[in-house]
Design a protein around this ligand. Structure first.
Ligand code: PEP
Ligand code: MG
Length: 902
């Protein structure tokens, strides 16, 4: 990262705005925006993410930074009428991290910079409050020691606990000035001993070290883990906000709080937040003392409350979205410390989007950008069965919805360990902190006994879409003894508990689950217009209607039986994009397939094929009926034949044992021979797909005949079958030409015999690099392409799709080689580039070539956007992912329309 001479590394809050998130981070950009809106923001300035990038790349802050900070600090001092650390009346500042994307609790903050042994007395006399000054000073040493000088934070906590115990008081507010003064001496000794240096008395040195610590906090393990989890790029860096301090700990007429402009769990308008009197910033989020609901502020300080309500309305109208805020009241004066578009539950996202449309704040296209497929998928999870007999253990705050069942664990280490060995766990803590992140990721759900809707556990769980119940105060969590007690009942580590993040209820044992109302709606068992349809279903219905109206991509299903096809249709599928016929060769039909494989003569083989024909035909009739009037792409047999034969080891043992007993079965012997003959070292690269069709005479012809006869039968029954025949694993046009010729002849025969005109189209999968590279030639023989991105990913990367995810993907993900498995989200630069060029080449040869995708990526939100962009006609995915694909196809279209008109 090189420095540009004219680059500006520091922006005053009056200079920025909310669009500068890349440069000023989310917090800095929004502080600037609020300042420009005329809201009461304490003055300050922001050091840019560019400065952080220089520091991270070179290990040193940019050369120009020091002078720029000095100039902005001087301006701030002039505005405030006092100097940083001035002994008789110190200006104090906070130093807060703030990246482009919110990373709650992941990076560092230091408050009260500017206090020293000298200026603490100045602060005391200015504030007329000695206790406050010493409390502020001990907080500075504690935060500075922990985050800047790497001192174990527990040591400060222990010293604080001892001070409280010595005085026989329960909360820190009961410690007086003299106690806090002693604590400061103790804290300074802890720093000197642990950090090997004295706590710095020079205010500017404190500031510079704190800024550096914030830069460094970008790369802590927990920040890296969070970024990986949330897919936040690792090279963005953080900005640093330096803000004049305002104090919530000046007495009962002061305090600090967090609030949402509407309920982040339901979307309902109202007063949602927590307030803590006589406290400073971090106390609320950390859930250290119990907060009161924000509504109580109305009685505590009506004027500030009214002003806050007005500001919240201003913010919601300005941002046109739910905002969350942090504020402080200093002796009756309200200050805004932060705002941002707030995280919300999946259900609230849908409801808020439609509420904002109704309020006229946003339009339908914007509403689509306010929700996403991952949220919709979450809403399709089952819920607990309310009718089930359950043992209610207690109730907390419904912080992040979902129904989670698992074994109780009381620390993150165990959560990770047990989940790695396949156990489902619920992480139970008194409260969580950023060190619990990996445990939270590993757990099915999170349960805490303390903290509100804005506690760390709640905020992080909502961000991850993980079930969370917090502040369940009846539970006494004893992490040391790895258990919790509720009304005399003891729940030990390993006992199963169920938590409901939508109601806040905590149950003992496993509670059965029922389908979500959103699935009931998609299934057609609940109607959005019905009186009893809940708000969520209505919101989902409206958003899906917007998506369907604007999307260009059609959505089909991967389904190979009538039941799945019917469900897919209810879920909005516009056809079947992949019917895998191999599933029709299993079960009781396996024996017929064995006959086919073992056939020695043409006659035997024809008999085996003739036995399979009516069965296949019946399958297709059912499928075409279920999808009447819609396209059904039937893929000819793909997997290697040995998959239909017994396991080689099992069969060898059986034959060996039988031979030892001298009663070897002739059929088993022939089977074993065939298994040996068909055995391949790399079956995925072996005799499968079109290759099978070319070496087993009659196999594909039988399948084509079954399809054609089924279509003719449906036609004669006045149906509207729209079959498409798809050839798998083609690498060169010659393969396709041979299969086509045979298929065309069979179809003509069936048409003649049944007196119908079937209009069957024949196309191919594009799932090998060679096929993609020669797509222009292949399109000569194909009426459609369907990209098989599973095999294409496997062959482009040279990754075995059956093995690599379990063997080394974890290491690859940890090393950041990719942020997500390429089998899950399309690798745009590699596999995606082939899809793009093949689509283009195919269309050059045949302008009306139909293009689709039927690999797993067809139902993946990010990949759907890519397929929209490269101009495919449809995506095909499993029935349950269809609503997600419809929504994302709508979002992609709305997004590209937006960018076209810009
Ligand atoms: C593919 O390869 O993407 C595909 C859809 O086919 P299959 O998964 O059956 O190999
Ligand atoms: Mg394939």
């Amino acid at each position: 990262m090189s420095e540009n001479k004219d680059q500006k590394f520091v922006y005053d809050f009056t200079e920025g705005n909310r669009d500068l998130k890349d440069l000023l981070g989310g917090k800095g950009a929004n502080l600037a925006e609020m300042t420009n809106l005329g809201l009461p923001v304490p003055p300050g300035f922001t050091i840019t993410t560019e400065a952080c990038k220089v520091y991270l790349a070179s290990g040193e802050a940019p050369a120009a930074l020091r002078d720029e900070v000095s100039a902005h600090l001087a301006a701030l001092e002039a505005k405030m009428g006092k100097k940083l650390g001035q002994s008789d009346d110190p200006l104090l500042v906070s130093v807060r991290s703030g990246a482009k994307f919110s990373m709650p609790g992941m990076m560092d903050t230091v408050l009260n910079i500017g206090l020293s042994d000298e200026s603490v007395a100045g602060l005391a006399s200015q504030a007329g409050n000695e206790r406050f000054a010493w409390d502020s000073y001990r907080r500075l040493i504690q935060m500075f020691g922990k985050t800047v000088l790497d001192v174990d934070g527990e040591l400060f906590e222990e010293a604080l606990d001892e001070a409280k115990a010595a005085k026989k008081v329960a909360v820190d507010t009961d410690l007086d000035a003299a106690d806090l003064k002693k604590l400061v001496t103790r804290f300074k000794k802890i720093v000197a001993k642990q950090a090997g240096r004295e706590f710095p008395q020079d205010a500017r040195e404190q500031l510079d070290l704190a800024v550096e610590a914030v830069f460094n906090s970008w790369n802590t393990d927990r920040a890296k883990l969070y970024r990986r989890q949330e897919r936040i790029p690792s090279d963005l860096g953080t900005a640093v906000n330096i803000c004049s301090m305002v104090f919530g700990n000046l007495g009962p007429d002061s305090g600090t709080g967090v609030a949402f402009t509407r309920d982040p769990a339901s979307g309902h308008a109202g007063v949602y937040g927590d307030y803590l009197q006589n406290a400073q910033g971090e106390d609320v989020v950390a859930g250290i003392r119990n907060t009161v609901p924000l509504a109580d502020l109305e009685t505590i300080d009506k004027a500030s409350y009214d002003q806050l309500m007005t500001i919240m309305t201003t913010l919601e109208t300005h941002y046109k979205d739910l905002c969350d805020i942090e504020f402080t009241i200093e002796r009756g004066q309200l200050w805004m410390l932060q705002t941002r578009v707030g995280k919300r539950t999946a259900g609230a996202a849908f409801r808020i989007a439609t509420q904002l449309v109704d309020q006229g704040l946003i339009d339908e296209a914007e509403a689509l950008q306010r929700v996403n497929g991952a949220q919709l998928a979450q809403l399709m999870f089952p819920r607990f069965d309310e009718g089930a007999s359950t043992e209610l253990l207690g109730r907390g705050i419904a912080a992040s919805p979902g129904a989670a069942v698992g074994k109780a664990v009381f620390d993150s280490y165990t959560a990770v360990k047990w989940s790695r060995s396949g156990e489902k766990v619920i992480l139970i803590r008194r409260e969580t902190n950023p060190d619990d992140l990996d445990g939270m990721i590993a757990a099915e759900g999170i349960l805490t006994s303390r903290g509100g809707k804005t506690s760390h556990a709640a905020v992080v769980a909502r961000g991850m879409g993980k079930t969370c119940v917090c502040g369940a105060e009846d539970l006494e969590v004893d992490t040391k003894r790895r258990r919790m007690t509720v009304g005399g009942k003891v729940i030990e580590e390993g006992d199963v508990v169920s938590i409901d993040g939508s109601t806040g209820k905590v149950y003992l044992g496993e509670v059965p689950v029922v389908p979500s109302p959103v699935v009931e709606y998609f299934e057609g068992r609940m109607h959005a217009g019905a009186d009893d349809a809940d708000e969520l279903v209505q919101a989902v219905h409206r958003i899906m209607a917007y998506a369907d109206r604007v999307r260009r991509l059609r959505v089909r299903a991967n389904a190979d039986n009538a039941e799945d096809a019917l469900r897919a249709r209810r879920f909005g599928a516009q056809g079947i994009g992949l019917c895998r016929t191999e599933h029709m060769f299993l079960g009781e039909r396996r024996e017929l397939v064995e006959h086919l494989i073992l056939a020695d003569t043409d006659k035997e083989r024809d008999e085996a094929l003739s036995a399979l024909l009516p069965l296949q035909k019946k399958d297709f009739v059912e499928l075409f009926e279920a999808m009447d009037g819609l396209p059904v792409t039937v893929r000819l047999l793909d997997p290697p034949l040995h998959e239909f034969l017994p396991d080689i080891t099992e069969l060898s043992v059986r034959v060996a044992l039988a031979e030892a007993r001298k009663d070897a079965n002739e059929n088993d012997l022939r089977l074993l021979q065939a298994v040996h003959k068909l055995h391949e070292q790399n079956p995925m690269l072996g005799l499968r797909g079109v290759r099978l069709g070319l070496v087993i005479p009659g196999l594909f012809a039988m399948q084509v005949r079954a399809i054609a006869e089924a279509a003719a039968e449906r036609k004669n029954a006045k149906g509207d079958p729209r079959a498409e025949i798809m050839v798998p694993l083609v690498g060169t046009v010659q393969e396709l030409e041979i299969v086509r010729e045979e298929a065309d002849a069979v179809i003509a025969e069936v048409e003649a015999a049944t007196g119908t005109s079937l209009k069957l189209s024949i196309g191919t999968m594009i799932e090998l690099p060679r096929a993609a590279l020669t797509a222009g030639q292949i399109a000569e023989a194909a009426q459609f392409f369907s990209f098989g991105t599973n095999d294409l990913t496997q062959t482009v990367w040279g990754f075995s799709r059956d093995d690599v995810e379990a063997s080394f993907f974890t290491a690859y993900l940890e090393k950041g080689i990719f942020g997500v498995s390429p089998f899950e989200t399309i690798d745009k630069d590699g596999v995606g580039a082939l899809v793009r060029s093949a689509a283009q080449a195919g269309r050059e040869t045949r302008p009306d070539l139909k293009l689709g995708v039927c690999g797993e990526h067809g139902g993946d939100p990010e990949s759907v956007h890519f397929f929209h962009e490269v101009g495919l006609d449809y995506v095909s995915c499993s029935p349950f992912r269809i609503p997600v694909a419809r929504l994302e196809a709508g979002r992609a279209a709305a997004e590209s329309k937006g960018s076209d008109s810009r």
